[in-house]
Structure formats: structure tokens, C-alpha cells
Design a protein around this ligand. Structure first.
Ligand code: GDP
Ligand code: MN
Length: 381
């Protein structure tokens, strides 16, 4: 789970890494009051879980409270790489003398952590890394040893950072270990004109396996940026939103994965991954259908079920019940096979809904769903 910048900087502050004073709000009027409280000019920063805010116009400098309100009004509601800005952070600006890049990241392939650091931090770090990889130091960190003062000194030397950064490096490692993070990134870590080392930005990714004790951040909003994903999660469904036009529902991750492939083979794009799981009830099926039909990108739905523990008649019953509550406007193709398939098919035939059709095989079902999705414009009234 990724944290917002203001959450990351809170963790930094708790571990003794210096950050400029700041406050967060979702209102432009409140931004003006915050700027007044902070006193003097402020930096207004979009709070979205993606980088490159500076380049996208999501970071602005305001010289007085009225300008802070204007900047907040401009930035709130902005779309940055598909992320809608709902809150801004106002921070006291600092006079930057040098910008550094530092991060700790889990290196799964090497089975260790990696410290990545550069004396050329800031908004151009990607370009620096691509054009002159030697300007970015990569130093393995033994997880058992961690970043001691000696290790931090090696990192600063390799990256050409001033020795003053050692303390911040040790403290940022504590953030990683104590807060169950798999990524801690600061870009820029700056040296101010007054010679202080401050974190001006922060990205922290928590280990999802530690979520049981990271309840502090585990809100629905923080976990699922997509409202449909949040709704599906609240209903206990395994749902991932994709960008296509064929809604996909199946039982078992493997079957759903192959259904996505078959839909793509038919020239259409899947709109989601939704696994109703083994032993799924009629209730689960109805919930799943509700979520998929609520996606405005969906033009047809493909329900692909191989009945094992989940009997096909329970699935068919779920579909029939969902049809009563959602009144679909999109065609639904159902393929039922396996346990109690005959009874399931009969239930659907009996309901005889004009938008529901059945297919005998997975390939046939995918072809029908793809054709319906791709000709949906022609079919619409
Ligand atoms: P990002 O573009 O999403 O990584 O957002 P950052 O928080 O890194 O901000 C982008 C850039 O804005 C930084 O590289 C800094 O150069 C600048 N910036 C951010 N905060 C301050 C500040 O307090 N004072 C000054 N002078 N510049 C800042
Ligand atoms: Mn940054």
C-alpha cells in the first residue's frame, strides 16, 4: 500500500527526519487560513499517489495567503496521471542549496535491500539515471545489519552526498524497518542555505503482509483509489478494474486469467478481473454482477463458471437475483459447465431475460461477448 506524501512525512518526522512545517486540506478557503498560520510564502502541493507532480503543475509557490487560496483552487480537482487531486498540502518553503535523491527499496531478485542515492536529485532524476547511470549509486543493504552509521557513510561516499546526510539515512532506515515499509524514497532530500538536511518529498510503500498491524493507514480510501475497487473490496470480492469493454466474472483466479486471454484473442479488451472464488454463494454472484455492471466502460458481460465446489445452479440463482435488483442495460453472456450445469442452465432459461444469453463453451462465450461489446454502439437505441 502506498502512502500519501503527507503521511510519509509524518513517519519521517516521528523518526527524527526533519521536514518543513505543513498542513493538509481539501478546501481552497482553508488553504488561505493555513497559509496565514504558517506565515509568509507557502508551497502548495497536490496530494496524489503518483510522482511527477512538479512537472504536471501540481506544485506551486504562493507568496501570500490569497495566492495560496488561488493555487489550491487551481490544483484541487486536477488530474495528474489519472489521479484526481482531492487534497493539497501547504508547506513552509525552504531555500534549497542542493537536491539529493535517496531511497531504500526491497530487491526481491537479490533477496536483499538496496540503497539508491544520487547527488543530483530533484525532478530530473529519471533523466539523470537514464543518461548517466554512474551518477546514481546502488548499494546493497544486508537486512540483518541494516543501515548503521558506517553503512550510511558508505552510501554517502558512493553517491557523493555530503556527510551531513548520514543521520537522515540512518533514520530513514528506521522508518523502513519500524513501519513495515518495502520502499522509502525521498526526492528531493535537500541541504538548505542554513545547512540543514530536510526531506521535501516522501514516498513510502508499506508491506501489505503487515497490514494487520498497520491499521493506522489501512482505510478503504488509502487502499483503493478506484471507487469500484473499494466497493468490491467492501463486499469481499477479488476485483481489479481494467480499461476494456468486456466485463469478466469467473470462479477461480486461473479460470478468470484465461478468460481475460480468450477475450483478448477475440479482439476485445477485458474491463476487469473478478474472481467470485470457490464455494461462492448466490449473494456473491449478485454482488459481483452489480459491481461489473456499474462500470461505465462495460458494454457486455461474460460470466464464465466451471462448477466444482461452486455449483452452477447457485451461480445461476445469483444471476437471476441480480437481474431483479440491477436491471441491466448491457448484454450478459453466461457459460456454465461442471457441477449441476444442467440445472443452472435450466434456471437461466426459465428466467428468459432478454439481455441474458448462454454459450456452451468458453470460446463461444468470449466470441459472443466480444462481438456484443464491439457492436454495442450499433445496437444502442
Ligand atoms: P514531485 O514532482 O511529485 O516529485 O514533487 P516534489 O515534492 O518533489 O516537488 C517538486 C519540486 O518542487 C522539488 O524537486 C523541488 O525543487 C520543488 N519544491 C518542493 N518543495 C519546495 C520547497 O519547499 N521550496 C522550494 N524552493 N522548492 C520546493
Ligand atoms: Mn519528488
Amino acid at each position: 500500500m502506498d502512502l500519501y506524501e503527507h503521511q510519509a512525512r509524518q513517519l519521517f518526522a516521528e523518526h527524527g527526519v526533519l521536514v518543513p512545517p505543513a498542513e493538509v486540506t481539501d478546501s481552497a478557503e482553508e488553504a488561505r487560513r493555513i497559509a496565514r498560520r504558517l506565515g509568509g510564502p507557502v508551497v502548495v502541493k497536490a496530494q496524489v499517489k503518483t510522482g511527477g507532480r512538479g512537472k504536471a503543475g501540481g506544485v506551486g509557490l504562493a507568496t501570500d495567503p490569497a495566492a495560496a487560496e488561488d493555487a489550491a483552487r487551481r490544483i484541487l480537482g486536477m488530474d495528474i496521471k489519472g489521479h484526481m487531486v482531492r487534497t493539497v498540502m501547504l508547506a513552509q518553503p525552504v531555500e534549497i542549496e542542493a537536491e539529493f535523491y535517496v531511497s531504500y527499496v526491497l530487491d526481491r531478485a537479490a533477496g536483499t535491500f538496496l540503497a539508491i542515492a544520487s547527488a543530483e536529485g530533484g525532478m530530473e532524476i529519471e533523466e539523470v539515471a537514464a543518461a548517466r547511470p554512474e551518477a546514481v549509486a546502488r548499494i546493497p543493504v544486508d537486512p540483518a545489519e541494516g543501515v548503521t552509521t558506517a553503512v550510511a557513510a558508505r552510501i554517502t561516499e558512493a553517491a557523493g552526498l555530503p556527510a551531513q546526510c548520514v543521520d537522515a539515512l540512518v533514520r530513514l532506515w528506521a522508518v523502513l524497518v519500524r513501519e513495515d515499509a518495502v520502499l522509502v524514497e525521498v526526492n528531493p532530500l535537500v541541504r538548505t542555505a542554513q545547512g540543514q538536511i530536510l526531506a521535501l518529498d516522501g514516498k513510502v510503500t508499506l508491506d501489505d503482509n503487515a497490514r494487520f498491524r498497520q491499521t493506522r493507514w489501512a482505510t478503504r480510501e488509502a487502499t483503493h483509489d478506484d471507487p469500484l475497487e473499494a466497493e468490491a473490496a467492501a463486499k469481499g470480492l477479488t476485483y481489479v478494474k481494467l480499461d476494456g469493454e468486456v466485463g469478466v466474472i469467473g470462479n477461480g483466479a486461473g479460470l478468470v486469467m484465461s478468460t481475460l486471454d480468450v477475450v483478448a484473442d477475440c479482439g476485445a479488451r477485458p474491463a476487469d478481473f473478478l474472481d467470485i472464488g470457490g464455494g461462492a454463494s448466490a449473494r456473491t454472484m449478485a454482488d459481483g454482477l452489480n459491481v461489473v455492471l456499474a462500470d461505465p466502460g462495460v458494454r457486455s458481460v461474460l460470466v464464465n463458471v466451471f462448477g466444482g465446489i461452486t455449483a452452477c445452479d447457485a451461480v445461476a440463482d445469483g444471476i437471476v437475483r441480480a437481474l431483479d435488483s440491477v436491471r441491466p442495460t448491457k448484454p450478459i453472456v453466461v457459460r456454465l459447465d461442471g457441477n449441476n450445469a444442467a440445472r443452472g442452465r435450466a434456471l437461466l432459461d426459465e428466467r428468459a431475460h432478454p439481455l441474458v444469453r448462454q454459450a456452451a463453451t468458453m470460446d463461444d462465450a468470449a466470441h459472443q461477448a466480444a462481438r456484443l461489446a464491439l457492436t454495442a454502439d450499433a445496437n444502442a437505441s
